[in-house]
Design a protein around this ligand. Structure first.
Ligand code: COA
Length: 385
């Protein structure tokens, strides 16, 4: 590297490789998974079908979908080893740490750990996809119980989303809740070379294994500039104050005042802005619809007041638009999840995209190893001791 090489801080604007998994078009605010517009997938497809699409490139036929669902249902159990590892952690540790640890244990127990052939990779991806809901659901229950507790066994008669909510809350969710949850999973599934996906690809590029790549990706997703933003959005709402008895207009006014003040102090507001989208995140309108339906379902219009108040004030002051985490946070809150559980839900969805990228990276691998420009001290002798 010579003195004049251009540095792309944050790899901003750098095209690192090709991918056939998804296409983000910031000009048209559109997102395609394997060529299909994501709002259309969110409107019509079970999450299991979207997972299959991301892994294989095609939506499943009816017969294939039956097989995908059968496989998913037969690998849902929380193993004794994973539960024991999670139970050994402090109840108050961040759930991202607990899920990261669980994935690491799942990897260590993997009977095919040394096999990275395409078929073995796909099978690992499918199993991990099926296992994560039990891990995330159990972590929510462990937190609530303040330590080790009973897990709720999966129910074979329920699909992915219904069963996820069943294992978390121990009661059947209403159709409205299931629908909003399914939509959030589809929207969170994949988003090209974002930080966590790139992390997974970097790890895979060293010829490391799928579970190591997913474990690293979870670490990247945890940060507030990435997946942690959905949790951070809710902390903003909490800081402003969630008052169910308040009218939409009152909440709107308080939120707007809070945002005006925060922007005057030059604060960065989580849930707004995006590295790729500069005119609005393509996924927000679909997630906002799901949030609106949840709000109508539970009768909590003050949440809409907070949402609109912050959005309006940010738009007027800086023209910065919300990203997917902004409507997703309040939606998960209204479903009854603890705020710290929001990013683990994102893991359960994004594991599909991560594993699709891991398989793609492995199929046409080159070690990812950029250069750096040195700006430390010039060469100097070590002082004599
Ligand atoms: N709140 C306040 N100002 C913001 C902002 C936010 N959420 N996002 C961007 N800006 C401002 C920056 O302060 C900067 O202003 P300046 O030019 O006056 O310094 C300008 O917009 C450009 O922002 P920058 O951080 O350089 O853009 P980026 O492409 O590097 O960052 C994010 C993208 C996502 C990291 C950034 O928007 C952010 O931190 N958002 C909040 C975290 C979040 O929601 N992450 C989830 C992403 S899906």
């Amino acid at each position: 590297m010579n003195e004049t090489s251009e540095i792309h801080k944050g790899l901003n604007g750098v095209v690192a490789d090709v991918t056939a998994v998804s296409k983000v078009n910031p000009e048209t605010n559109s997102l395609l998974y394997r060529g299909y517009p994501v709002p259309e997938l969110a409107a019509t497809q079970p999450f299991e079908a979207v997972a299959h699409l991301l892994w294989t490139g095609e939506l499943p036929t009816a017969e294939e979908l039956t097989e995908v669902a059968r496989h998913e249902r037969s690998h849902r159990a929380l193993s004794a080893e994973v539960k024991a590892a999670m139970d050994s952690l402090p109840a108050e540790c961040h759930p991202m740490d607990a899920v990261r640890t669980a994935v690491s244990v799942i990897g260590a127990m993997d009977p095919t750990a040394k096999d990275s052939s395409p078929n073995a990779e796909l099978e690992k991806a499918r199993r991990l996809f099926a296992q994560l809901p039990a891990v995330v659901a159990y972590e929510q229950r462990r937190r609530r119980a303040g330590g080790p507790t009973e897990s709720i066994p999966a129910r074979d008669d329920l699909d992915y989303s219904r069963n996820f909510l069943w294992m978390t809350f121990g009661q059947e969710a209403s159709d409205e809740v299931v629908e909003a949850f399914r939509v959030s999973m589809v929207l969170y599934a994949e988003h090209s070379f974002n930080a966590s996906t790139f992390t997974a690809r970097v790890i895979t590029s060293t010829l490391s294994d799928l579970h190591s790549a997913v474990t690293g990706a979870i670490g990247a997703l945890k940060g507030a500039l990435h997946g942690g933003a959905n949790e951070a959005v809710m902390h903003t709402f909490e800081e402003i104050g969630i008052r169910p008895e308040e009218s939409e207009e009152e909440a709107h006014a308080r939120a707007k005042a809070w945002m005006d003040d925060a922007l005057a102090q030059k604060k960065k507001i989580m849930g707004f802005g995006h590295r790729v989208y500069k005119h609005g995140d393509s996924r927000v309108p679909t997630m906002k619809e799901a949030m609106d339906a949840m709000i109508a379902h539970v009768g909590r219009s003050e949440i809409l007041g907070l949402y609109n108040g912050l959005e309006q004030s940010m738009d007027e002051a800086k023209g910065i638009k919300p990203n997917l985490d902004y409507p997703a946070g309040p939606t998960y809150h209204l479903m009854g999840f603890d705020t710290e559980m929001f990013t683990p839900l994102f893991i359960a969805a994004r594991v599909t995209g991560w594993t699709a990228h891991i398989m793609e990276q492995r199929a046409a691998n080159a070690l990812i190893r950029p250069l750096s420009q040195y700006d430390g001290p010039d060469e100097r002798p070590v002082p004599a001791s």
